[in-house]
Ligand binder design. Structure first.
Ligand SMILES: Cc1ncc(COP(=O)(O)O)c(C=O)c1O
Length: 418
């Protein structure tokens, strides 16, 4: 990478075909926002959308909006928009609940499908990585303990161990496609194929993939997927998550949170539960409509580009960041955590530093917003929809100044959210 001047970065911005998309976001001046991997920026349209939903649909139309404004169908309608970003088909995705809750539902459904097979009694293990996002592990632990039927979890520590951990005892391989801490990207197709050859079902967490890297669930022949909308999809803080089930499992799929929204005909008010058609059976109860409606504003922006173009820019941004940090901050105590190989990298870059938390706090104080994950890891998210090449240059300049001057408060007390 030879873009070793700010002018070179300005030239890259001037040539960037995605640059106009930045104007669709409300980005505060004086801030370089490198945390879209945690909370995406606000699309301008979200404000008008919130006003429409709150003032007109709720305020004026009241209960009529369930039909008139299509509130009831929102999980499916928005799920169809999201489907195009993850290689899913029509009526295969719902936007609903949180990622944690969707993990619980889909994991439970997957265990039940396995239990119904001829070799089901011997498939009692959920395999995942120790370095997976904690909620994924916690939800699996909660489910297996609650089931109390001999299910257990195997936490793999290395890629080699992961490759051999899936065997005739495995019910489900549950993985996060792009690791939240390191930014490591799994080869979804190869991993899925290898696990399915052992008879396992494969559930992918796409929290750091949807809208960040190209995903093709059908091409990978995946079984289940969940993910967030509040990160790269720019749905808003705490926006509902999504759930996908391969159509071949729809008919058998059952889940324990069988609320009335997953019923075949909720307004027949039957005392007996009958699961709804297709992906609707992954729903539970009434959705947070205001928050759900805003997800559309983020999704609509993706219709103006495609994941290949976003991936090209994402890799150019992360390549540039790695190269500039390693050249301009050499000898200042940073170690790259994220893989260098493109095919193993998501859209954020992590560097470890002995005083990572203190350095990140100082960066944020100076207007460069990333975040921190234990132990020692500073994360920098690159969102091709709105991150500029000059942002990368300026962020590295600030980082170099802080590190060179040792201008950070080592004893800084950690805030609740890091
Ligand atoms: C991989 C992964 N899964 C799940 C979550 C969060 O799940 P929830 O929205 O239920 O809190 C995150 C949050 O950062 C994540 O990185």
């Amino acid at each position: 990478m030879t873009n070793s001047s700010r002018a070179a970065c300005q030239a890259l911005d001037a040539d960037d075909p995605l640059a106009p998309l930045r104007t669709l976001f409300d980005l505060p001046s004086g801030v370089i926002y490198l945390d879209g991997n945690s909370l995406g920026a606000r699309p301008h349209a979200a404000l008008q959308c919130a006003q429409q939903v709150i003032q007109q649909e709720w305020g004026h139309d009241l209960i009529r909006s369930w039909n008139k404004a299509g509130w009831f169908d929102l999980p499916n309608r928005l799920g169809n928009k999201l489907a195009t970003l993850i290689g899913a088909g029509e009526n295969e995705v719902v936007i609903t609940d949180s990622t944690s809750i969707n993990l619980f539902k889909l994991l439970a459904g997957a265990l039940q499908i396995q239990a119904g097979k001829a070799d089901g009694v011997s498939r009692k293990v959920i395999v995942t990585e120790r370095g997976n996002f904690p909620t994924d592990i916690y939800m699996a632990q909660g489910l297996t303990e609650w089931l109390d039927r001999g299910y257990r979890i195997h936490l793999a520590d290395t890629p080699q161990e992961l490759a051999t951990a899936v065997n005739a005892e495995t019910a489900v391989l549950m993985l996060t496609h792009v690791n939240y801490r390191s930014g490591h990207l799994h080869d979804m197709q190869a991993v899925t194929k290898a696990a399915q050859e052992q008879g396992a079902l494969v559930l992918w967490d796409l929290a750091h993939s949807a809208g960040a890297v190209p995903v093709d669930l059908h091409a990978a022949n995946a079984d289940f997927a969940v993910g967030c909308t509040y990160k790269y999809l720019n749905g808003g803080p705490g926006a509902p998550a999504f759930a996908w089930i391969a159509p071949r499992h729809h008919a058998q799929f059952r889940q324990p949170l069988s609320g009335w929204w997953s019923h075949q005909a909720p307004f027949t008010m039957q005392p007996a539960f009958a699961p709804g058609d297709g992906i609707r059976r992954a729903l539970c109860g009434t959705q947070p409509v205001v928050s759900l409606a805003l997800v559309e504003c983020g999704l609509d922006i993706f219709a103006q580009t495609d994941m290949q173009a976003l991936r090209r820019k994402s890799l150019a941004l992360t390549d540039l960041f790695i190269a500039l940090v390693e050249s301009r901050c050499a000898g200042l105590g940073l170690t790259l955590v994220t893989p260098r190989q493109h095919e193993q990298r998501g859209s954020h870059v992590s560097f470890a530093h002995a005083h990572g938390y203190a350095v990140m706090r100082e960066l944020i104080a100076r207007g460069v917003i990333g975040d921190y994950r234990e132990p020692h890891v500073m994360r920098f998210g690159f969102t091709p929809l709105y991150t500029q090449f000059t942002d990368v240059w300026d962020a590295v300049s600030t980082l170099r100044r802080i590190l060179a001057d040792k201008d950070y408060e080592i004893d800084a007390q950690q805030e609740a959210v890091t």
